[in-house]
Design a protein around this ligand. Structure first.
Ligand code: TRP
Length: 339
């Protein structure tokens, strides 16, 4: 689903740019892989920036910053292993392009507090952190302003995101509009490109796949780990015996099969409905399918992590391209603001 981008300044015929980002808060899993596969398709249609947002990770990891650097390297390897081509899109670490910070500061001056306090992700995080007042930082409240800066510093026309990020995108547009009204038309209002596929990756327990639910299959899991996790996955609760009819819609194994065996899953679903196949067979086949998908990715990420110089070179090239564009934008921003 792509909304029509609305650009207050006319740039018809210009290249179309998109930016997206992920936090380096830990290993990436199958849910993230679907996001990356969607990005990999977009890299052929747009000039694409793929950011690893380590400053955003500070909002929750400020007390264990030593984990962020290695996680950022691993995310970079995952990006490339999952199909992002570093020659085609610019892969870089947010904190290496300081323009994000400058724009974040300037945007923070035109962002009303009320807009930020209403953001649903802020309310959720605040309630989850509720330990004490002091765990809710100024930076956490400003998280979406930093995200707006990530997007607007490239004057991106669109942003591929999951549904949960739509309020951040809406806020980005509001901030862009406010800035343009105050200082002149500098920023296009970015559209969102919502990836529907990512909503359908269930975790092993049937909830959304997430690191925090401990229900994820990671890109770094080896073949045996994948087999063990699939064996432990929830299946249809009303199917006790092999010959009981199953309800594939209620079975994590069937759901994952649909995603990773898009051309062949119907037969297995039909057999499941008719009580012609058991969970053991289903799990064995899913394990094989998943491992076939993951093996080339595992191999590539391992190679990249074993060769930090190549990885550093990819990131440096991405960062240089990103900085060139970001510093152009900042020149216009300062001029518009008379700074
Ligand atoms: N908030 C996003 C998430 O948690 C990460 C993010 C930061 C991002 N900056 C961005 C996503 C810019 C898209 C564009 O998934």
């Amino acid at each position: 689903m792509v909304e029509a981008p609305s650009a207050p300044h006319s740039d018809a015929g210009e290249e179309k740019r998109i930016l997206s980002g992920m936090q380096p808060t830990g290993a990436l899993h199958l849910g993230n892989l679907e996001v990356l596969r969607a990005w990999a398709k977009l890299q052929h249609e747009y000039r694409m920036f793929c950011c690893i947002v380590d400053w955003h990770a500070l909002t929750t990891m400020f007390d264990r910053t030593q984990e962020i650097g290695p996680a950022a390297q691993a995310v970079a390897a995952d990006y490339i292993a999952a199909g992002l081509d570093p020659d085609r899109c610019s892969i870089f670490i947010q904190s290496h392009v300081k323009e994000h910070a400058e724009l974040h500061l300037l945007l923070s001056m035109v962002t009303p507090l009320g807009w930020l306090e209403r953001v649903p992700t802020f309310k959720e995080k605040r309630d989850n952190l509720q330990l004490n007042e002091e765990s809710v930082s100024y930076g956490l409240l400003g998280y979406p302003v930093l995200q707006a800066a990530d997007i607007l510093v490239y004057r991106a026309h669109a942003v591929p995101v999951g549904k949960d990020q739509l309020p951040h995108l809406e806020l980005t547009r509001e901030i862009a509009r406010r800035f343009n009204n105050l200082y002149g038309p500098v920023f296009p209002e970015p559209a969102s490109i919502v990836n529907e596929a990512t909503a359908v990756i269930p975790g092993l327990d049937g909830r959304k796949m997430s690191k925090s639910y401990n229900n994820a299959i990671y890109l770094s899991d080896d073949a045996d780990t994948v087999a063990r996790k699939v064996n432990e996955a929830f299946t249809c609760p009303t199917k006790i015996r092999k010959t009981d009819p199953g309800i594939p819609e209620n079975c994590v194994v069937c759901q994952l099969r649909r995603v990773y065996d898009p051309d062949g899953y119907q037969t297995s679903w039909e057999e499941d409905r008719q009580g012609l196949r058991g969970c053991v067979q289903n799990k064995r086949e899913l394990t094989e399918i998943l491992n076939a998908t993951l093996e080339p990715i595992r191999k590539r990420r391992k190679e990249l992590l074993a060769d930090p110089e190549s990885l550093a070179r990819y990131l440096r090239e991405g960062e240089d391209r990103a900085r060139a564009l970001a510093s152009d934008t900042m020149r216009d921003v300062r001029a518009a603001m008379h700074l």
